[in-house]
Design a protein around this ligand. Structure first.
Ligand code: AVJ
Length: 319
């Protein structure tokens, strides 16, 4: 029997309540905005998987290249007995770490998606019946309580998802992660790097239109979950590089004036022609910025690895 435990730290209806709050707040303010986490229903997760295979979307491949090259070094440097993975999703790239960590006792995947957690755990336990998998249904941006598993711990936050947090949110998040670390524990973070604007924009506005469909999926989520009537064909996908903030912004732009009803919020949301909803910020980093953000949260950057083309970085830091 494989030891598998699932702990729910979110109430069953937390997702529904959070969606209502975020939509009410985000669509009644100026400019309009929505948090990117609402892309990821089953369809959105499928579209994201498709994005990771697009020729223009390099981050997934670049990060995989680094993990393949550095997994043994990460294992030697951390000696981790517990791997905690924040926003684990399908846990696909985690395999390289799991395979390299010889003395690993426990794997703690943390995700808001119960289906992603159980699916990933099932296939993992088929291969590694010795491993203790303690999955947490939790929002990684909230303060976490981790199960009692043997140290040292390695906390991994891969994929560049940290770039979805705004600077103040990132600072708070890194402090809460720091609070999870005991002496000897480590944090592994994946960050996409600042590069040529054309390369960045193409990664978020692919020729096949998959990212456009992914972006518009949030409208389908609101239509289904909140009884809204967003006409997806009257919105267009926009991806722009914000050079001052050094982040990519995805937006949905109303092609013409439109008024949207959101039944479950008892709300009518008017859009002027050309008005936009900012649906995602995806920050791009430089080594010095990452070092100083980690330092501000009480951590020390000890390794910085990039892919051969210098597009993406994995950084290892200690408490
Ligand atoms: C999964 C958050 C890292 O920001 O690049 C991909 C999501 N958005 N294409 C990213 C995403 C548009 C992705 N992260």
């Amino acid at each position: 029997m494989s030891p598998f435990q699932l702990t729910r730290t979110l109430p069953e209806d937390a997702t529904g309540a959070a969606l209502r709050t975020d939509v009410l707040r985000g669509l009644t303010r100026t400019p309009k905005e929505l948090p990117p986490k609402w892309f990821y229903d089953a369809r959105g997760s499928e579209l994201f998987e498709e994005i990771t295979r697009l020729p223009e979307y390099y981050p997934t491949r670049a990060e995989r290249e680094i993990l393949v090259a550095r997994a043994a070094q990460i294992a030697a440097a951390t000696d981790a007995r517990t791997l905690v993975e924040l926003g684990s999703g399908s846990s696909e790239k985690t395999r390289y770490l799991l395979d390299a960590l010889d003395g690993l006792h426990s794997y703690v995947p943390v995700d808001v998606s119960e289906s992603a957690l159980t699916g990933a755990a099932r296939s993992l336990l088929a291969e590694r019946p010795d491993l203790h998998v303690h999955a947490l249904i939790a929002d990684f941006t909230r303060v976490l309580a981790l199960p009692e598993t043997p140290g040292p711990r390695l906390v991994a936050f891969l994929g560049g998802t940290i770039g979805n947090l705004l600077p103040a949110e990132r600072a708070a998040f890194l402090k809460s992660v720091r609070a999870l670390l005991a002496p000897g524990d480590a944090l592994l973070v994946g960050t996409d790097l600042v590069k040529d604007e054309r390369v960045l924009v193409a990664a978020y506005d692919d020729a096949a239109g998959v990212t456009a469909e992914f972006n518009k999926n949030v409208l389908a989520v609101m239509n289904r979950e909140l009884g809204a009537d967003f006409p997806a064909d009257r919105f267009e996908h926009v991806a722009v590089w914000n050079a001052r903030e050094e982040w990519i912004e995805m937006r949905l732009r109303a092609r013409e004036a439109v008024s949207v009803k959101i039944r479950e919020l008892d709300l009518v949301v008017p859009f002027e022609a050309g008005e936009e909803i900012r649906t995602e910020v995806s920050a791009k980093f430089r080594q010095e910025g990452v070092r100083s953000e980690l330092a501000d949260a009480g951590m020390k950057l000890v390794e910085w690895w990039t892919d051969a083309e210098g597009r993406f970085a994995l950084s290892l830091s200690t408490a």
